[in-house]
Design a protein around this ligand. Structure first.
Ligand SMILES: C[S@@+](CC[C@H](N)C(=O)[O-])C[C@H]1O[C@@H](n2cnc3c(N)ncnc32)[C@H](O)[C@@H]1O
Length: 260
């Protein structure tokens, strides 16, 4: 059975609305194929023969509901992605002042660990709170273990300073050293539903708002702004911007903003 062929337009519409209300992610025409494929995967996993049976399970089973949301989110990330933001931040920070950073939508952790390694290099005192909606990504991030291939953009001379090479069964993977991991705390946070737990000097919220419509982007920015200190920095993804969003921030470099 190919599960995807059996989804009716009305079921697709119900699932798209559910995803939108829970995560803010818009399932447009282009994403329908992805939704079908991921749904089929979850149906195989839960051994449901029809979409209707699977949807009933989604309603009754919180764990499966979380797996479903996990399956439809895009978690692609890598070390040193869009690193000009971190370089810019370092050029602006005063090394004598401790800095509190929130990495919202951190996926599997490459982003906060990349920032952490560079701040350690610069001798900064800092803490990073890294959050995501996905339990699976957060569990992976907490291990600090990554396949070597994810490090392609990590500067070679610093590799051994921040990573331990896997031996034996772990050959081919690396682990972020405890010195870096100790600076990073992970937690679950839904950008469209949860209240920020603290106030930060810097917020990174990158490559997630591309999946949201303007109304949701506005909602997310309205939620993040009170959590940013005056003088603090907000970074969004390089393919994102705050155009069309009401905010009081001042643009510094592409996709980097400062609060007055
Ligand atoms: C493409 S990754 C971006 C990772 C990283 N920030 C980067 O720039 O490489 C997008 C992440 O956003 C998360 N996400 C999607 N909707 C979310 C929401 N409503 N609240 C929090 N995180 C969300 C996904 O689970 C995913 O890990």
């Amino acid at each position: 059975m190919t599960a995807s062929a059996d989804i009716t337009p009305s079921q697709l519409s119900t699932l798209s609305k559910l995803i939108y209300s829970e995560t803010g992610i818009v399932i447009g025409e282009k994403k329908l194929a992805l939704l079908r494929a991921r749904l089929a995967k979850r149906m195989r996993f839960t051994q449901k023969r029809t979409v209707s049976d699977y949807m009933k399970q989604l309603q009754q089973d919180e764990t499966e509901f979380l797996h479903f949301l996990d399956a439809i989110t895009t978690n692609h990330t890598y070390f040193f992605r869009e690193n000009r933001h971190c370089e810019y931040l370092i050029s602006q920070l005063d090394p004598s002042v401790p800095v509190k950073i929130w990495c919202a939508a951190c996926s599997s952790g490459e982003e906060p660990y990349s920032i952490g390694a560079q701040l350690m290099d610069g001798g900064f005192r800092f803490s990073i709170f890294a959050t995501d909606i996905s339990d699976t990504m957060l569990a992976a991030a907490r291990t600090g273990i990554f396949p070597k291939e994810r490090l392609k953009q990590f500067p070679k001379p610093s590799l051994s300073r921040y990573f331990q090479r896997g031996q034996g069964k772990r050959e081919g993977s690396v682990r972020v050293k405890p010195e870096v991991r100790h600076h990073v705390t992970f937690g679950k946070f839904n950008l469209i539903a949860d209240r920020p737990p603290d106030i930060f000097d810097v917020i990174f919220c990158r490559n997630v708002m591309i999946y949201f419509d303007t109304a949701t982007r506005q909602k997310v920015i309205d939620r993040l702004l009170p959590a940013l200190k005056p003088g603090g920095y907000l970074f969004v993804g390089l393919s994102e911007s705050l155009s069309g969003i009401r905010h009081p921030l001042i643009n510094q470099i592409p996709s980097a903003y400062r609060k007055n």
